[in-house]
Design a protein around this ligand. Structure first.
Ligand SMILES: Cc1cc2nc3c(=O)[nH]c(=O)nc-3n(C[C@H](O)[C@H](O)[C@H](O)COP(=O)(O)OP(=O)(O)OC[C@H]3O[C@@H](n4cnc5c(N)ncnc54)[C@H](O)[C@@H]3O)c2cc1C
Length: 420
């Protein structure tokens, strides 16, 4: 059965594109090897956090940023489209709210006690914004792996903000009885917080620590499907604003985002097939006619009118590098832009610096269509979105999910316009 659009990849970029298309009546098929970075990343939509200094307002800075980086995925997009993408996301995540805008980055504590600028965040995280100063308590169960309240609080305490305001922080280690349970990952804590009895005990233990605090930070494990209720009940019970601090993977807030988008995708009538890798394509002239997946032990052809590549970067298999340093795009074999020459260094020895290989990816035009080195469109019916795109350094810029959201919407809008 031929699809109107086939989206390859089920990360933020692929899901957003697919939902937008399906809601407009398209017959959409999503093919993905597995879930994307949603299950690893905190689910905050970071649009532009650094350039190179910390950015207070993405909306103010983006016009100059894109003018200075014409190769960046944001180039060719305008603020109204980006704002519309943000509002679109907010309206599609219903189990909890996303708050924030492109006008102002919130400054949120991380698990190591640094401050991270994020534009759009889950409402369960927003009270952690230290803009204007804060008196924080960082609390967490001692059994939770990789979350150390004392470490985070020590690093946060005494932080002086640009405007002279100060952040103070102190730690509280909770010692809940988990009955000898050895599974202490974020997911098991999220399930525990959905138990009313467990919440009652947590509230009793935390309430004395809320006095004098502007907010209490807890690891981002406050429920999975019931996050809004859990978070609200803790705040009301303790009598102090509560906020979630992202943990190391697996990411509970990221899973909530995936769950919300998967629900929206199904509601819109699209088909999601996880577990098969797309290994190639069939073409006729300048058009792709189908993609081939290796699911069910044998290659299977999926025919469609339009195709969207949303396979992510190196970490998710959208881009691959062999031991000789050759880089290839894994589905269509598209040219990969921004790859350093064989004799040039690929990485800087300082992890936190810009890496020559960092911006490698698929170059696209202003409609999100892959182009060759001369800027010519490669296929008349192929679009690309998300972390597979060339020209960005999300780790440095703090722009990862912002790129996936906005370029996903851009691709969908371009396809709908073309179809019309
Ligand atoms: C640990 C971690 C922390 C992060 N923290 C932040 C943060 O704080 N803020 C922020 O904004 N961003 C963050 N990011 C980055 C952000 O999560 C990603 O940039 C963004 O989610 C990428 O989304 P995507 O949809 O483009 O790609 P991905 O989420 O990588 O999805 C790619 C999809 O393509 C599929 N795929 C790949 N190849 C094939 C193939 N051949 N056939 C079929 N399917 C295929 C994969 O299975 C997957 O479904 C973080 C990322 C990680 C890993």
């Amino acid at each position: 059965v031929k699809s109107d659009s086939i989206v390859i990849g089920a990360g933020l970029a692929g899901l957003v594109t697919a939902i937008r298309l399906a809601e407009e009546g398209q017959k959409v098929l999503v093919l993905a090897t597995g879930v994307g970075s949603t299950h690893l990343a905190p689910g905050t939509i970071d649009v532009l956090g650094y350039w190179p200094e910390r950015v207070d307002s993405p909306a103010e800075v983006l016009p100059d940023f894109t003018a200075a980086h014409p190769e960046h995925p944001y180039a060719g997009m305008n603020l109204p489209l980006m704002s519309a993408a943000v509002e679109w996301l907010k309206s599609h995540v219903r189990a909890f709210d996303y708050v924030g805008s492109l006008d102002r980055n919130l400054l949120l504590p991380t698990a190591v006690g640094a401050l991270k600028p994020s534009a759009i965040v889950s409402e369960t995280m927003a009270a952690g914004d230290v803009t204007g100063g804060a008196q924080l308590v960082v609390a967490g169960p001692v059994q939770l792996k990789d979350f150390y309240p004392a470490y985070a609080a020590d690093n946060l305490d005494g932080t002086s903000l640009d405007d002279g305001c100060i952040v103070t922080a102190r730690a509280v280690e909770l010692q809940p009885d988990v009955g000898g349970d050895s599974d202490v990952t974020p997911l098991s804590w999220a399930r525990r917080f959905e138990d009313p009895e467990f919440r009652k005990l947590a509230i009793e233990e935390l309430t004395p620590h809320g006095h004098g605090a502007s907010a209490i930070g807890l690891p981002a494990v406050l429920g999975l499907a019931e996050a809004r209720m859990v978070w609200q009940e803790l705040q009301d019970g303790i009598g102090c604003p509560v906020f979630e601090i992202p943990t190391l993977p697996p990411s509970v807030p990221g899973m909530r985002l995936f769950g919300a988008l998967k629900g929206a995708l199904q509601k819109a009538g699209a088909t999601l097939v996880l577990g098969g890798r797309v290994i190639g394509a069939e073409r006729s002239g300048a058009r792709i006619t189908g993609v081939i997946s290796d699911s069910a032990g044998r290659p299977k052809l999926h025919e469609g009118s339009t195709f969207v590549l949303a396979t992510g970067g190196f970490s998710s298999g959208g881009l691959e590098m062999d031991s000789h340093g050759h880089v290839r795009e894994s589905v269509f074999g598209l040219p990969v832009a921004g790859v350093p020459g064989p004799e040039e260094p690929r990485f800087d020895s300082d992890y936190w610096k810009s890496h020559p290989m960092g911006g490698a990816g698929i170059a696209v035009n202003g409609r999100g269509m892959p182009v060759d080195g001369g800027g010519e469109v490669l296929f008349d019916n192929l679009y690309a979105a998300g972390a597979t795109l060339a020209g960005a350094e999300p780790w440095l810029e703090k722009s990862g999910d912002g790129i996936s959201l906005t370029t996903g919407i851009r691709a969908a809008e371009a396809i709908l316009e073309e179809a019309a």
